[in-house]
Structure formats: C-alpha cells, structure tokens
Design a protein around this ligand. Structure first.
Ligand code: FES
Length: 130
C-alpha cells in the first residue's frame, strides 16, 4: 500500500475531491479537504518534517495522536499534532525541530560535559591596584 494519493481521474470509485492548499515553510502543498495535515504531507511524498534531539527524522509514528512525533506550528500555534488536525485551505504551517531549539537546561545539570575552567586571573586584575 502506498501513502501517495490516488489521482481522482485514476480512482475507480469516481470520487470528487475538493482541493485545499496549505503553505508549508513557504511552499504551497495541495491536498484534499478532509485530510489531516499529516495526510496532506504524506500524500505529497514527505515522510518527515522535523528532527528529534539526536538528529533523527520525525514525521508520523502512531498516526493517532499518542506519540507527538508529528508536531508542527499551525497558523502560529506551536506543537500541533499533524495527525490530529485537519488541513484547512490557507493554513500556514511551519516545521519545528527539537534539534534546532536552544538549550534551556544547564549542561551540567543534564549530565553533559562540564564547562572548561575559567582562565586564570592575576590578583591585580581581581581586586584592583595594591
Ligand atoms: S503521529 Fe503520533 S501524535 Fe501524530
């Protein structure tokens, strides 16, 4: 089974689609009314749209709103699950990535590498003239 959309003219059921266009990081992507944002992206051939903290590609994992792998910013609202949100014509989507987010945790508290020692100072530079 393919995640690609079947073109209406190739669909043996003869369905009539109502197209929607969303803007993903400034690029228009066309889908079908009723699809989730993840569905629109998958049908367009995109299987990943963000990166985890270790650099791994993320897209749809569970597809039912449990794993939070598919997060996007939709119309300025961050952390929207692409698998749970229907695409609406004109939606402005921005991909987001934990890998690109600045760290808000002190590396020492998180068990990371310790900071290098501060350069040595001479007594005169610390307490002024003696
Ligand atoms: S794919 Fe798991 S929450 Fe969307």
């Amino acid at each position: 089974m393919s995640s690609r959309a079947i073109r209406p003219d190739a669909d043996v059921l003869g369905r009539a689609d109502r197209p929607v266009t969303i803007l993903v990081d400034g690029t228009p992507v066309t889908g079908i009314a009723g699809q989730s944002i993840a569905g629109v992206l998958l049908a367009a051939g995109r299987t990943a749209w963000r990166y985890g903290p270790t650099g791994g590609a993320r897209g749809v994992f569970c597809g039912i709103g449990v794993c939070f792998d598919c997060l996007l910013t939709v119309n300025g609202i961050p952390d929207v699950r692409a698998c749970r949100r229907r695409a609406r014509d004109g939606d402005v989507i921005a991909t987001q990535s934990r890998a690109a987010a600045p760290s808000t945790v002190d590396d020492n508290e998180a068990g990371g590498e310790p900071e290098p020692p501060a350069p040595a100072t001479t007594p005169s530079s610390v307490d002024g003239a003696r």
